[in-house]
Design a protein around this ligand. Structure first.
Ligand code: NAD
Ligand code: ZN
Length: 343
């Protein structure tokens, strides 16, 4: 029931009648009871967000323009939804105070100014976007986050009641994003005691949620915390082989992040043997059947295939973390192609 605290969280930011709040809300909730509980006042603005495609720089700029053109600067941006909406809220909050196009800020520490106060409320759990220092956007030439200290949301509400109706397989795919964040954070040169501590606890929670027979309500509470800890583990460390290949897959095929990660991770036994074995146990226990031959059946042109491989291999900081300084001898374009064709 902690969603009920949102009004109180916003209250100190409504100092004068001029102050207003922008709510970015997943379109899914437009006709759902949650809409009635959004504490919006007459001067606020509610923007419904379509998340059929993952967040783009173009849409981020469109939201920012929409807000700046008709209103004064809002005092708060609230994102209510999954990783997609939370990333839009984080990115829009930054773009409101940093001049230019969001594509020019994809990368590390390119943002100059602190954003508008940003509150996020996850309605599906796994991405860790509720706590991470990146807002992942697909731009004209790459899928890459706006990453810096300012990207971390200022406030967050974790309310497991909001995720109680998320259907499978979406619930599983998004949750596996968390599981994979932990495995990748633990297996690489950037791991440290913070990332290890958060990842190990998060993995315990994932195991309880997906392998033990526990009540869904209790499971949802554990899953929300697992996602939060997973987001911290990757923030202190780095993602690896799965995320690099998954970004390439999503860039070309528009496969959503959770599913894309599952398709990739399914093929990574040589990199993460224990993690993949447990992933297979969870798939089986939850009766999830992953789509097969997704890349082969897409009949990609040579150019598309090369774009997929290049998008993945350009993420050198992920490869460096996962495979070491000589990663280019271990992950060649041919090897990436071979893995993609198995997915
Ligand atoms: P999502 O936000 O795209 O939502 C997936 C689906 O679930 C949508 O159809 C949505 O409408 C639906 N949904 C959301 N809440 C629901 C509810 N309560 N009940 C029923 N349906 C609901 O999915 P996601 O997996 O949470 O987010 C994926 C995005 O997050 C990707 O764009 C990815 O790049 C990004 N991401 C960001 C970070 C980060 O650190 N910023 C980390 C990982 C992933
Ligand atoms: Zn992820």
């Amino acid at each position: 029931g902690s969603f009920n605290k949102l009004d109180a969280i916003l209250a100190p930011h409504r100092k004068t009648s001029e102050d207003y709040v922008v709510f970015l809300v997943d379109e899914f909730f437009e006709d759902e009871p949650l809409t009635q509980r959004i504490p919006s006042k007459w001067q606020d603005k509610v923007i419904w967000v379509n998340v059929e495609d993952e967040p783009t720089t173009l849409q981020t700029d469109a939201f920012t323009r929409e807000i700046l053109s008709v209103e004064r600067m809002p005092s708060v941006v609230v994102g209510i939804g999954g990783g997609s909406v939370m990333d839009y809220a984080k990115a829009v909050s930054l773009m409101l105070t940093n001049k230019g196009e969001s594509k020019d800020f994809q990368g590390l520490d390119l943002i100059q100014n602190q954003g508008v106060y940003c509150v996020v409320v996850p309605t599906i759990s796994g991405t860790g976007a509720e706590v991470s220092m990146t807002a992942v956007l697909t731009g004209p030439d790459k899928k890459l986050g706006i990453k810096c200290d300012f990207t971390v949301p200022d406030q967050l509400i974790l309310d497991p009641d909001l995720i109680e109706n998320v259907p499978n397989p979406q619930r599983f795919y998004t949750a596996m994003d968390c599981y994979i964040h932990n495995i990748e954070a633990l297996n690489g040169s950037l791991k440290n005691e913070f990332s290890i501590g958060y990842a190990e606890k998060s993995l315990d929670l994932c195991r309880e949620v997906f392998l033990d027979d526990i009540d869904r309500k209790i499971a949802d509470e554990k899953l929300m915390v697992a996602s939060y800890f997973g987001g911290l583990s990757l923030t202190y460390s780095m993602v690896g082989v799965c995320h690099a290949l998954s970004y390439g897959l999503s860039y070309v095929l528009h496969t959503h992040h959770g599913l894309a990660n599952c398709l990739v991770f399914n093929q990574l036994k040589e990199y993460y043997p224990k993690g993949v074995t447990r992933f297979h146990e969870m798939l089986q226990k939850q009766n999830i059947h992953l789509p097969t031959n997704v890349v082969k059946n897409a009949n990609l042109s040579d150019e598309q295939m090369e774009k997929m491989i290049k998008t993945a291999l350009d993420l050198d900081f992920m490869w460096y973390h996962a495979l070491g300084p000589d990663w280019k001898t271990k992950m060649t374009p041919e090897k990436a192609r071979e893995l993609y064709l198995k997915m």
